[in-house]
Ligand binder design. Sequence first.
Ligand code: AMP
Ligand code: GLY
Length: 430
Amino acid sequence: MNKKLNILVIGSGGREHAIVKKCQESPLSDKIIAAPGNGGIEQEVPCYPIAVEDTNAIIHIAKEESIDLVIIGPEIPLSLGLVDALESEGILAYGPNKAGAQLESSKSFCKDFFKRHSIPTANYETFTEVEPAIQYINENKVPIVVKASGLAAGKGVIIAQTKGEAIEAIEAILIQKSFGDSGNEIVIEEYLEGEEVSIHAIVSNGTFLCLPPSQDHKRIGEGDTGLNTGGMGAYAPTSNVSQALQSEIEKTIITTTIKGLLKDGINYSGTLYAGLMLTKSGPKILEYNVRFGDPETQVLLPLLQDDFVSLLYCSAKNDTLPTSINLSNHSCMTVVVASKGYPGSYPKGDIIQLPKDIPGNATIIHAGTKLNQSKEIISNGGRVLNVTCNSEKIEDAANAIYSVCDSIKFQNKVYRRDIAYREINRKIAQ
Ligand code: AMP
Ligand code: GLY
């Protein structure tokens, strides 16, 4: 492919900043723009203040800027059918269409899909009424998991330790509408015990390529305590997914999913991100996301040695992917620097001072930041920055990252100091 591509990246998080950086490395990239972007993205490429839900404005800017490839970061525009809308205007986009995005936008659709295609998952039932849901709780053991079916930014999952807590959760979601219309339907499922890992696959026309297995840290507190967040840090690869286990996951879960989707009339393309629990009876799928994880993307892209833009363009055209992927044998890790109070309410507008000198293999990726009128960087979200480092040994990456985290200055700075602790403990035990 000789033609250079004009690229539009949709989104405003750390994931999108990492995507912009990776696209900048590609010889295939010509112009890169973003919408809406953040303070870090704006320092690198032109940003347009367009909401990710504003399909018409996105189509307009894509046409005006002669965009050849739109890369969609977050799930909301995918679930609204942005890919379908762009394609009907003749604009290529990376990501699944609206039908494919249901795997993430409806947990009940996703669970029924697993059942229909015999994909290993937690036992479950779906409900729209309170009484039968309570009866199900009374017939099953605790802990038990109650989930709002629709999109809830990772917050619509309650792990109930007692039947009372489960019933409270059912009433909160179905009656008090604590997650709005996302909770018109609920999924109640068996609690699975084990370690969680994520597998990201780039999918196109029935073919797929997996990025290294990764592990996120979803809870706000050290030692995996406290409230669920969008993710406080991640690393890849995780050594608890051996080659044999990776092959088993690819066979029983990823391949079965892509074939199942085709059987159901959905030719899936884009990212398929499987959230898995490694249980005593084998890997089971908790959920699918239909886009790259945040902050997993920040650790996966530095390990990809093939041309990122070429792979995404291939998927956007629905072509067959190459037969293998080249990955670095390094470890990559990222720590999320957040605003105190997140995932609850938190202040915005802190002036951020970034260190001038950071170790050569570390990078600061922006998430919830923006530039004020004097072009200073200020905080503008719960997850503010990601400090990322790629190194032969994960311990070295961790040391470099924490030295940078310590020297970033803003008033409400908080971060977890134990990211990758499982992997580091495994390495020490070796
Ligand atoms: P989900 O949005 O479905 O991935 O759920 C968010 C988080 O809740 C997951 O990352 C798990 O940590 C936890 N979780 C969800 N479902 C289960 C389950 N069936 N058993 C144990 N933990 C779960
Ligand atoms: N890091 C979790 C997610 O992107 O959903």
